[in-house]
Design a protein around this ligand. Structure first.
Ligand code: 5RP
Length: 224
C-alpha cells in the first residue's frame, strides 16, 4: 500500500453504516472511493455525494449510490485530498479543478477528513499555486485584480484548451510563494468581482490523515 492508499484506507475505516458520505476528487480520493466500494459490496449501506463529475462517474462505476447534494440535509463525513496542509489544518485545494464543489460539500459536512501523502504537509501554505475559480466574463480584468494582491496568475489549460470547471467557469492558478494569513487572503480574493471561490480551506478540516511510503499513517484532529 502506498502513502495515498494508506491514508484513504484509514479514512474509510471511519465510515459507519447508513452514513451520508462526501466523496472528494483526485488521485487520493480515488482510493477512498475504491475502498468504500469494497465495503459496500460487503454490505455497508451508504449514500454518497460527489464533489465532481469525474468522482460521480468513478463511484457509480464501482456500485456506490450517488445522490444530489440538495436531496440531503447534511453530510455525515466528507473525505477528500489536498494539495497543501499546514499545521493549523488549513488547506490549499483545487489541483484537480474541483475546489468549488469540494468546498460546498465540505461546508455541508459534520466531519471533513483530509487524506494525503505526508509530503503535502507544509509549514506555510503557498508554494502550490492557489487555484481560484472565476467566471469567464471579463476574466482578464479579474486576473488583474488578483495580481494586485501580489501574485502571478496563469489561466489553467488542459489539452491546449482553456480548462472549464464542472460549473462552467475558468481557473486562475495564483503564484503567491507564501500565504502566511490564509483566512485574510481567502476573504480578500473572494471579495473581487468575478471570483466564485478559491482553494483556501480555512478551519474546515476536522481530521487529517497522512500516509507514509512504508504504508503507515499519522492521524490528527489537531496538528499543533
Ligand atoms: C481536486 C483537489 C484534490 O483533492 C487535490 O488536488 C489533491 O489531489 P491528489 O490527491 O491527486 O494529490 O483539490 O480539486
Amino acid at each position: 500500500m502506498n502513502a495515498k492508499q494508506a491514508a484513504a484506507y484509514k479514512a474509510v475505516g471511519h465510515i459507519k453504516d447508513r452514513m451520508i458520505v462526501g466523496l472528494g476528487t483526485g488521485s487520493t480520493a480515488y482510493w477512498a472511493i475504491q475502498y468504500l466500494a469494497e465495503k459496500v459490496k460487503q454490505g455497508l449501506q451508504v449514500t454518497a455525494v460527489a464533489t465532481s463529475a469525474e468522482t460521480e462517474k468513478i463511484a457509480l462505476q464501482c456500485g456506490i449510490t450517488i445522490v444530489a447534494l440538495d436531496t440531503v440535509d447534511h453530510i455525515d463525513m466528507d473525505i477528500d485530498g489536498a494539495d497543501e496542509i499546514d499545521d493549523r489544518m488549513n488547506l490549499v485545494k483545487g489541483g484537480g479543478g474541483a475546489l468549488l464543489r469540494e468546498k460546498i460539500v465540505a461546508a455541508a459536512s459534520r466531519e471533513f477528513i483530509v487524506i494525503a501523502g505526508n509530503n503535502k504537509r507544509v509549514d506555510v501554505l503557498g508554494k502550490f499555486p492557489l487555484p481560484v475559480e472565476i467566471i469567464p466574463f471579463g476574466w482578464q480584468h479579474t486576473a488583474r485584480q488578483l495580481a494586485l494582491l501580489g501574485c502571478g496568475t496563469s489561466l489553467r489549460e488542459k489539452d491546449a484548451k482553456i480548462f472549464i470547471t464542472d460549473s462552467g467557469n475558468y481557473i486562475l492558478d495564483c503564484h503567491f510563494d507564501s500565504i502566511p494569513e490564509p483566512a485574510v487572503l481567502e476573504q480578500r480574493i473572494n471579495n473581487i468581482p468575478g471570483v466564485v471561490d478559491n482553494g483556501l480551506f480555512v478551519k474546515m478540516a476536522t481530521r487529517v490523515i497522512l500516509g507514509c511510503d512504508d504504508g503507515t499513517v499519522k492521524e490528527f484532529s489537531d496538528m499543533q
